[in-house]
Design a protein around this ligand. Structure first.
Ligand SMILES: NC(=O)c1ccc[n+]([C@@H]2O[C@H](COP(=O)([O-])OP(=O)(O)OC[C@H]3O[C@@H](n4cnc5c(N)ncnc54)[C@H](OP(=O)(O)O)[C@@H]3O)[C@@H](O)[C@H]2O)c1
Length: 436
């Protein structure tokens, strides 16, 4: 086999960038065997060339000048692993316009500006790949775009943020929220500023990308409704345990009658559901479709080497498919409408704090029934001082109807605290759980 040298560039040489170079160097023979090409990093853009690096590049590779990448006609393929919206966005656009294929790990960029980036790549006849932007080492984009391209996937459920999954798993074992977050930061699973993770924003960007690819319609970050885990308290963990469930931050993308809904929120997951078994910093994505029924992919969702593995895999795909026309285009081929927010149907868990006296339960049940919301199961805890905590599992209902019923219940004189509702996820259905 004749080997051809492929010079590539990296925008960024930090945790992921240095791991990409490490993988390209240490697996050069395997890559050459698979593609017939010897891939070499010839330029890497950084802010400070003197900074300490995990894996040192050859002398002269690091540069602070983007022109050294953009103006080098030898470089046909670039991996963007610098992060942030700018200057990464403008750099990627310029590279695509000038006929370079780009591989990116940047979920915020793809989730916010995917339309513009793909249109530019398409017009220039080059590829833009983004496996590393979702779930680290898990090859879910490739599975959706290649293996399942004809499969009519109608639901994607995912635990796509390792930081929050680690925190929730620790809370399940008795830690308080602040304690679990501090431990995540100590172990390097959470940033010093964890806002993006705990607020659900990071998971929302990943779900926007997954929904776009799964449903073939552009879903941006603004189209995803999300809440985080900041308000999850030990009482939720206790209630979940008693109901034989686990609390997880779940991203759910659903296609209903040609309209889509994408949301991220803490959910009560039935212990028998595979997502309940995803523990610590791991990620998992469950794909449901007509012919495939259900496929679950699970693995490390972050980490330098794990993410770099997805970047390198995309680079190999670009090299292996350039010129063949295979999978070079944007995943979007249609424009679907968003499902109105309240139209999503699910079973729910509801937490109420009410006066502990006769008639209160009946009053609550009446308000729910008035909006066609019915109770499947109820657990009551005495909280002292004449109040009771009600943990209620509801049969499937419209989330809008439940919202209206809970707004009315919040106004009742016997209600002591704003009611909260979380979706319940179970593949057995509420009757299957013996709650009918
Ligand atoms: N780390 C992970 O586990 C992980 C997982 C999934 C996805 N990602 C994504 O991968 C990307 C990279 O993450 P990372 O953890 O490798 O970040 P990082 O360690 O902070 O590295 C960023 C690199 O980009 C360079 N850089 C940043 N801004 C620059 C600018 N304006 N001009 C020139 N160079 C600039 C930095 O230069 P200096 O080195 O000189 O500072 C550094 O080399 C991000 O989009 C991130 O969301 C990371």
């Amino acid at each position: 086999m004749t080997s051809v040298d492929v010079p590539v560039a990296l925008l960024g040489y930090g945790t992921v960038g240095s791991a990409v170079n490490r993988l390209l160097v240490s697996n050069a023979d395997e890559i050459e065997r698979a593609t017939g090409h010897r891939v070499r990093v010839v330029r890497a853009l950084v802010r400070d060339p003197a900074a300490e690096r995990d894996f040192l590049p050859d002398p002269g590779i690091l540069t602070t000048d983007f022109r050294a990448v953009a103006d080098d006609p030898e470089i046909r393929l670039v991996a963007e692993v610098m992060g942030g919206l700018e200057p990464a966005g403008e750099h990627v656009l310029e590279l695509l316009r000038s006929g370079r294929s780009v591989v990116t790990a940047n979920k915020q960029l793809v989730a916010r500006r995917g339309g513009e980036l793909f249109a530019t790549a398409s017009a220039a006849g080059v590829q833009l790949r983004f496996e590393a932007s979702v779930c680290g080492a898990i090859p879910v984009i490739k599975v959706l775009r290649e293996s399942l391209s004809f499969s009519r996937v109608h639901r994607v459920l995912g635990i796509v943020n390792g930081t929050t999954n680690f925190i929730l798993t620790r809370m399940e074992h008795g830690a308080a929220y602040a304690e679990a977050l501090a431990e995540a930061q100590r172990l390097g699973y959470a940033e010093a500023d964890p806002t993006d993770d705990v607020s659900g924003a990071d998971a929302a960007a990943k779900m926007a990308i997954l929904a776009t690819v799964a449903f073939g319609t552009r879903v941006t970050l603004d189209d995803v409704w999300y809440t985080g885990i900041e308000e999850i308290a030990p009482l939720h963990m206790r209630a979940a345990r008693e109901l034989d469930m686990a609390v997880r931050l779940v991203g759910a993308a659903t296609l209903v009658d040609g309209r889509y809904d994408v949301r991220v929120q803490p959910a009560f997951v039935d212990r028998h559901h595979p997502l309940a078994g995803v523990e610590g910093p791991f990620n998992a994505v469950m794909l449901q479709g007509d012919a495939i029924r259900e496929i679950m992919l699970e693995g490390p969702g972050a980490g330098g080497l794990e993410t770099a593995s997805a970047v390198v895999s995309d680079m190999i795909s670009v090299i292996g498919t350039t010129g063949t026309g295979f999978l070079q285009n944007d995943a979007c081929w249609r424009e679907l409408e968003r499902l109105p927010h309240g139209d999503v149907v699910s079973p729910f868990y509801v937490h109420l704090e009410v006066d502990d006296r006769p008639g209160v339960l009946a009053d609550v049940a009446r308000r729910l029934a008035a909006h066609e919301v019915s109770v499947a199961r109820l657990v009551q805890h005495e909280t002292g001082e004449g109040t009771a905590a009600l943990h209620i599992v509801l049969h499937e209902c419209r989330s809008g109807a439940l919202g209206t019923a809970l707004a009315e219940i919040a106004q009742l004189p016997e209600t002591r605290q704003r009611p909260t509702a979380l979706p319940v996820i179970s593949d057995r259905g509420v009757p299957g759980l013996g709650w009918a």
